[in-house]
Design a protein around this ligand. Structure first.
Ligand SMILES: [Fe+2]
Ligand SMILES: [Fe+2]
Length: 280
């Protein structure tokens, strides 16, 4: 099974040539599922959402695959403060809700997305994002109900791990509480974005008398040319999930997961090197 994980497309700062290349590479991959982990726009403007929504609709039509999406901090209105506090997800729901879904479950995969973007926060930097008690309980229920599905993943915009090279960022609020739930429910991966930096971390967790590994998978920015220092090229992730017990799979019922970065080389997206910090 193939899952495309893209993030931070940031319409408003997108490069049209990269958008076209993204579409043709994803069509070529023929994914079974597309996951988009937030920051579809720069400032939550209607014209930015229109562009992002149109891209997702075209991707869905070209591949026939379902799309699971979640908002990022840039998808809340920046300039309309009334909308920001009264209906922060109004535009997101109108534009992105029409072309994506919050969750997807079939006989092979169960994916739940949760909104971690907040219009304000008691912390100094609301853009770091957080999870609520209600969301942690929702994840617990969702993954308990889908325990028999071979591959299970949570999608959120904000990261569960921040590399030391990015001192201004912090992990998503209530990260450890959610990780405990994910390990206990034997969830395989967290798919996120926000840092514009691709990374895969294998987080080993203790559960009762056992251990469980949750992969923390970060996607870079797929199409935005607004880069921190220009050193990270545009990219997205392709997850190849092997069938438990099938050819090339582990024998204990855990599916194999290979994460293949797709990196912009100036003309097209090509298979790149493993992400920095990759360990699983
Ligand atoms: Fe972003
Ligand atoms: Fe973000």
């Amino acid at each position: 099974m193939k899952i495309v994980h893209c993030s931070d497309i940031h319409f408003g700062t997108e490069d049209p040539a990269i958008v076209r290349a993204l579409e043709s590479r994803i069509a070529e991959i023929e994914p079974d599922l597309i996951v988009a982990s937030g920051d579809f726009t720069m400032a939550g403007r209607a014209r930015e959402f229109a562009g992002a929504s149109s891209l997702l609709r075209r991707l869905g039509e070209a591949t026939g695959s379902p799309i699971v999406a979640t908002p990022g901090n840039h998808d809340l209105p920046v300039y309309n403060l009334l909308a920001r506090f009264v209906r922060p997800l109004g535009r997101y729901r109108r534009w992105m809700g029409a072309v994506s879904q919050r969750a997807f479950v079939d006989e092979r995969v169960a994916v739940l997305s949760l909104n971690s973007a907040r219009p304000w926060d008691f912390s100094l930097n609301w853009s770091n994002g957080r999870l609520s008690t209600k969301q942690i309980l929702e994840a617990d229920r969702f993954f308990a109900a889908s325990a028999d599905v071979p591959f299970r993943a949570l999608v959120v915009h904000h990261p569960f791990h921040v590399p030391e090279a990015l001192p201004g960022f912090r992990r998503i609020g209530r990260c450890d509480e959610m990780l405990d739930v994910l390990a206990r429910r034997r969830v395989h991966a967290v798919l996120s974005g926000h840092l514009h930096l691709r990374e895969v971390i294998a987080r080993d967790m203790d559960i009762e008398a056992d251990r469980w590994t949750v992969r923390l998978v970060q996607a870079g920015t797929a199409t935005s040319v607004r880069e921190r220092d220009g050193s990270e090229r545009n990219s997205f992730n392709l997850l190849r999930v092997g069938r438990p017990g099938g050819l090339g799979a582990e024998t204990d019922g855990v599916p194999t997961v290979a994460i293949e970065p797709q990196v912009w080389d100036g003309e097209r997206f090509v298979v790149g090197d493993a992400a920095a910090g990759a360990s699983g």
